[in-house]
Write a protein that binds this ligand. Structure first.
Ligand code: GLC
Length: 763
C-alpha cells in the first residue's frame, strides 16, 4: 500500500484501488505492460491524503473509509462495496469470474444486479430516465435519423452511470474513450455490465447515498461549468441558414420591432465561401464587419458555425497550412484522411495534438476578432456525409503529442478537443470576456469547455417530450448547459407545437430555436398572432427569471448541481418520481409541467411532498398527489415550492440594454424561506478575484406578520441595483412586515403585499 493506493495481484492482472475520498474510489485492472492514462475527463487529480483502514483476513481483506467498506477477495478477485449501514451497494458478480473479463482487446466489468436497482445517466440518451433493462452503446455519431427510444448512437459519449439501489444512490464513471457498452439488465436479471472495445478497465465508484452527493462528487472529479456570459442565457434564434446579410438584418429588426427579447443570432454554414471554414461568402455577406457592428448596436451577439472538415482545395490557405504542417488526421501510410462533408472532399485537423489545437485556436481568434461573439462547433463526431460508419476508419492515426493512438480510441474525444481549441481561440481574441462555445459531439467533462445541444431532432411532439429526460439525464451526467432545438430541427412545426415548445424551451439552460434548411419558418412570429403572443410572453418570462437562472448556473459552477433537474434528484425517496419524465425542476423552487401533446387544455401534474403554489393563479396545493391543471395554449403549468424566494428582473430586449436597477424578490410563504442571491458583472472573470455579491434573504412567517432579514455576505461587486421590490405572494392581509427589525409599510397589489426597499439603506 502506498498512500491511499492499494495494489495487489489478482489472477491475470494487478488490481489497484485508489481511495480518493470517503465516498469515491478508483479501480484499475492493470495488465502486464499496461499503462493506464487518465482521459481528458479527469479534472481533479490530487485528492487530499486519506488514511483508509485496512483489515486483513485470511481469504479477503477490507478497506474502510468513513462512509464505505470494500471487501476484497484476492483469488478469485471479487469486490463488494458496503455502506456504513452494512447495505451492499455494489458487487462484482461471483460466478462471472473476476469482475474483469477479456475477449481480445475488450475489457469488461460485471456487477451483480438486484430487483430493486434502477439506472440513470449515461449522458445524451434517447428514452426515459430509468434505464433499467436497457442496453446502451456510447459512440459519437451524427444521428440524422429520427431519434427514438431504440436509437443506439448519439453525438456524445459520457460513460457515467448512476444507480439507485432502494433509497441509496451510487455512480460509476468508466474512464474509457473507446466504444463502450452498458448492459443494464437486458441480458440477464442477475447482472449488469460495462465494457469497451479497447483501452483499460479503469473506473471510479461514487457513493451517495443521495444522487446529489454523487453528482457533486462526479463533477468535482470531471470539472464543473464556468460561469457563461449572461447573454448566453438569453433567447437565441437560429436557422439553417439565415442569408444573405439582409435576411439577418430583417430577423434582428423584427425582434426589436416586436419587442420580443433576443440576445443571439446564429449563422449556419451558408455564410461561408463554399463551406470553407473561416471564410465569408462575400456575395451573400458583402460586409460582415459592418453587419456585425450594426447587430451589436442593436444588442445582438452573433455565433457562427465552424465545422472541422477543411475543404481539399489547393487554393485555400487553411488547407495549405494544414497540409504543410501535417496537422491532419493521417492514415497508416502517412496520407491525410479525406472524407466528404459540406464542402465535398475534406481533410480533418488532428485535434489530439497540442500544436494543432493552438493553430486552430489562432484561426478562431483571427476569425472572431471582427466581432463574432461565440463559436458553434458542429459535425465534430467527426461526421462524414458518406459511408456506412459516417466517420473516419478506426485505424486512422492521431499523433496525440507523442503517444500515437488510433481513431478507435480518439473518436469519442474529437469533439471535446475541438471545443478546447475553439474556447482557447475566443480567449485569445478577448482575454477578459467569458467565452461561449457550443458543441454537438463530446466526451465526459465537456462541461468545462462548452455548452451542448442535442443535435438534429424533429418537429415532433415526441421529440419535444423526449427533450425532458434527455436534458435532465445530461444534467445528471455533469453536462448542465444543454438544450434541444426549440420547435424541432427537421420537419415542419405547426402553431400549437411551436407554442408548446417555446413554453418548455424557455426552461432549457441553453435556449435556442433552430430549424433545418427547407423547413417552414420558425421565428416566434411565424405562426400567427396567437402563437406570437405566447412566444413573446414566455420568452419574456425567461428574461424575468434570468437572475434565478443565473444563480442556478452559479450553483452548478460550484457544486455541479444541474440547472434542469429530474424530480428524483430532489425527491429521491419518492418512488413516484423515479421515472417521471414529463415534469422537471428548475433548481429547488420551480417545478415545470409542460403540455406535451396536441389538443390538450389541461394536464395531470404530480406534486411531490410539501406545499406548492400555482405560479399563474397563486392557488396553493398540498403535495404527494396528482392534480388536474388547466393548461390552455397560453399557459404552461408552473409550480413554486412553498417557502421559496425567486429573484426576477424586469424584461429587457437584450442583456445590457439598460442597467437593471430593480430586483424583484417573489416570496412564497412556507415554513420558512431562505435565498442566497449571487450577482456579478455577467461578463468578465472578475468573479474569480472575488468581485461578486452574495446577499442572504430570509423570511419568517408569523400570524399575519413576516419578518424579513437581508444580509449582504459578500459585497465586492459594484452593482447597479438600487431597489429590492419584495413581493409577498398572496399575503395582502398582513398586519406587519419587519425588515431587519424595522417595520415597513407595503402596498397591496392584487393578492400580494409589495414593498420597495433601497438596496444600500440599513433598515
Ligand atoms: C447539422 C447540425 C445542424 C446544422 C446543419 C447545417 O445537421 O446538427 O444543427 O444546422 O448541420 O450546418
Amino acid at each position: 500500500m502506498d498512500n491511499n493506493e492499494i495494489q495487489f495481484v489478482a489472477e491475470n492482472c494487478v488490481v489497484q484501488i485508489n481511495i480518493l475520498t470517503d465516498d469515491l474510489f478508483q479501480v484499475k485492472m492493470i495488465r502486464p505492460e499496461e499503462e493506464i492514462i487518465d482521459s481528458i475527463a479527469i479534472y481533479k487529480k490530487n485528492w487530499p491524503m486519506l488514511k483508509p483502514r485496512i483489515i486483513e483476513k485470511e481469504k479477503y481483506f477490507e478497506i474502510e473509509t468513513n462512509k464505505l467498506r470494500l471487501r476484497i477477495n484476492y483469488n478469485p478477485y471479487r469486490m463488494e462495496v458496503y455502506d456504513k449501514e452494512g447495505d451492499l451497494i455494489l458487487a462484482d458478480l461471483a460466478h462471472k469470474g473476476l469482475g474483469f473479463e477479456k475477449e481480445g482487446s475488450k475489457v469488461r466489468a460485471v456487477k451483480a444486479l438486484t430487483l430493486e436497482d434502477k439506472f440513470y445517466g449515461l449522458g445524451e440518451r434517447t428514452g426515459f430516465l430509468n434505464k433499467r433493462g436497457e442496453y446502451h452503446e456510447l459512440w459519437n455519431f451524427d444521428q440524422s435519423s429520427p431519434h427514438v427510444h431504440s436509437t443506439k448512437h448519439m453525438y456524445k459519449s459520457i460513460p457515467f452511470l448512476l444507480g439507485l439501489r432502494g433509497k441509496k444512490a451510487y455512480g460509476i464513471f468508466f474512464d474509457n474513450t473507446f466504444l463502450s457498452r452498458f448492459d443494464l439488465g437486458k441480458e440477464s436479471e442477475d447482472y449488469f455490465y460495462f465494457e469497451a472495445d479497447g483501452g483499460s478497465l479503469n473506473y471510479y465508484v461514487f457513493y451517495g447515498p443521495s444522487l446529489k452527493t454523487v453528482v457533486q462528487r462526479y463533477t468535482e472529479l470531471t470539472g464543473r461549468i464556468e460561469l457563461p456570459p449572461l447573454w448566453a442565457l438569453g433567447f437565441q434564434q437560429s436557422r439553417y441558414s439565415y442569408f444573405p446579410q439582409d435576411k439577418v438584418y430583417e430577423i434582428a429588426e423584427t425582434f426589436r420591432k416586436k419587442e420580443i427579447p433576443c440576445d443571439v443570432i446564429y449563422l449556419d454554414i451558408d455564410y461561408m465561401d463554399g463551406y470553407r471554414v473561416f471564410t465569408w461568402d462575400r456575395e451573400r455577406f458583402p460586409d460582415p464587419e459592418k453587419m456585425l457592428a450594426d447587430l451589436k448596436e442593436q444588442g445582438f451577439k452573433v455565433v457562427t458555425i465552424v465545422d472541422p472538415g477543411i475543404k481539399k482545395d489547393p487554393d485555400y490557405w487553411i488547407y495549405n497550412e494544414a497540409m504543410e504542417n501535417r496537422y491532419l488526421c493521417m492514415d497508416r501510410f502517412g496520407f491525410p484522411f479525406v472524407g466528404k462533408v459540406w464542402p465535398g472532399d475534406s481533410v480533418f485537423p488532428d485535434f489530439s495534438q497540442t500544436e494543432v489545437r493552438e493553430w486552430w485556436a489562432e484561426k478562431n481568434r483571427e476569425f472572431v476578432k471582427i466581432g463574432i461573439d461565440g463559436i458553434w462547433n458542429d459535425m465534430n463526431e467527426p461526421a462524414l456525409l458518406e459511408g456506412e460508419s459516417k466517420t473516419m476508419p478506426l485505424d486512422i492515426i492521431h499523433k496525440n503529442d507523442g503517444r500515437e493512438i488510433t481513431h478507435a480510441e480518439f473518436h469519442n474525444l474529437y469533439g471535446t478537443y475541438m471545443s478546447i481549441a475553439a474556447k482557447a481561440g475566443l480567449l485569445k481574441a478577448r482575454p477578459d470576456e467569458r467565452p461561449f462555445v457550443l458543441t454537438r459531439a463530446s466526451f465526459a467533462g465537456i462541461q468545462r469547455f462548452a455548452a451542448v445541444w442535442t443535435g438534429d431532432n424533429r418537429s415532433f411532439w415526441e421529440h419535444m417530450a423526449m427533450s425532458i429526460p434527455m436534458l435532465t439525464t445530461l444534467g445528471l451526467s455533469g453536462v448542465t448547459f444543454a438544450g434541444a432545438d426549440i420547435g424541432g430541427f427537421d420537419f415542419d412545426a405547426n402553431p400549437e407545437l411551436f407554442a408548446r415548445w417555446i413554453q418548455l424551451g424557455i426552461c432549457y439552460p441553453f435556449c435556442r430555436v433552430h430549424s433545418a434548411v427547407q423547413t417552414r419558418d420558425q421565428e416566434p412570429w411565424s405562426f400567427g398572432p396567437e402563437v406570437e403572443k405566447v412566444a413573446k410572453e414566455y420568452i419574456s418570462l425567461r428574461y424575468r427569471l434570468l437572475p434565478y437562472l443565473y444563480n442556478l448556473f452559479y450553483r452548478a459552477s460550484i457544486t455541479g448541481e444541474p440547472i434542469m433537474q429530474p424530480l428524483l434528484f430532489r425527491y429521491q425517496d419518492d418512488e413516484k418520481v423515479h421515472n417521471l419524465n414529463d415534469q422537471f425542476m428548475l433548481g429547488e423552487a420551480i417545478m415545470v409541467a409542460p403540455v406535451l401533446h396536441p389538443g390538450k387544455d389541461s394536464r395531470a401534474v404530480y406534486l411531490p411532498e410539501g406545499e406548492w403554489y400555482d405560479f399563474h393563479t397563486g392557488e396553493k396545493y398540498s403535495g404527494r398527489r396528482s392534480i388536474l391543471v388547466d393548461a390552455p395554449l397560453s399557459k404552461m403549468p408552473i409550480f413554486i415550492k412553498a417557502g421559496s424566494i425567486i429573484p426576477m428582473y424586469p424584461v429587457v430586449n437584450y442583456i445590457g440594454e439598460k442597467e437593471i436597477e430593480e430586483l424583484s424578490l417573489l416570496i412564497y410563504p412556507g415554513p420558512e424561506a431562505e435565498y442566497l442571491y449571487y450577482e456579478d458583472d455577467g461578463k468578465s472573470f472578475d468573479y474569480w478575484e472575488g468581485k461578486y455579491n452574495l446577499t442572504s434573504f430570509k423570511a419568517e412567517f408569523g400570524h399575519k406578520s413576516v419578518n424579513l432579514t437581508i444580509v449582504p455576505q459578500v459585497n465586492e461587486y459594484d452593482s447597479p441595483l438600487k431597489y429590492y421590490k419584495i413581493i409577498l405572494k398572496g399575503m395582502a392581509d398582513l398586519n406587519k412586515v419587519m425588515v431587519n427589525g424595522v417595520e415597513i409599510e407595503g402596498i397591496v397589489v392584487d393578492n400580494d403585499l409589495v414593498i420597495k426597499l433601497p438596496v444600500d439603506e440599513k433598515f
